[in-house]
Design a protein around this ligand. Structure first.
Ligand SMILES: [Zn+2]
Length: 102
């Protein structure tokens, strides 16, 4: 029985951040940011450096894992009717290649 264990963890850092995405969403690691138009709408896109990729993600383009430490892209809808913050909470991580060809 260690001390300090068993605390409820339920608040993610995304839920805690309510700053406007346009100014407050940049993660560390020298990311470039932008909005792109895709066939199904407009997206916010961030490039995640390998150093900033701390965990594995599942790529919706190819269905394979994006391993921790891999440069990749994170994208979410810029035109969500539910708002930018909701869209950001639903953001998806893509292989850079899969995002480009998607
Ligand atoms: Zn992929």
């Amino acid at each position: 029985m260690g001390k300090g264990r068993g605390r409820r963890r339920g608040t993610s850092k995304w839920q805690q951040e309510h700053r406007p995405l346009s100014t407050g969403f940049l993660a560390p690691g020298g990311l470039s940011a932008g909005r792109v138009q895709r066939r199904d709408g407009e997206y916010h896109v961030r490039h995640i450096s390998g150093a900033a990729a701390a965990k594995d993600y599942s790529c919706p383009g190819c269905g394979l894992t994006i391993g921790a430490g891999t440069d990749h892209v994170v994208a979410w809808r810029a035109d969500s009717i539910l708002g930018d913050e909701y869209a950001a909470s639903e953001r998806r991580h893509w292989h850079t290649h899969c995002w480009r060809i998607g």
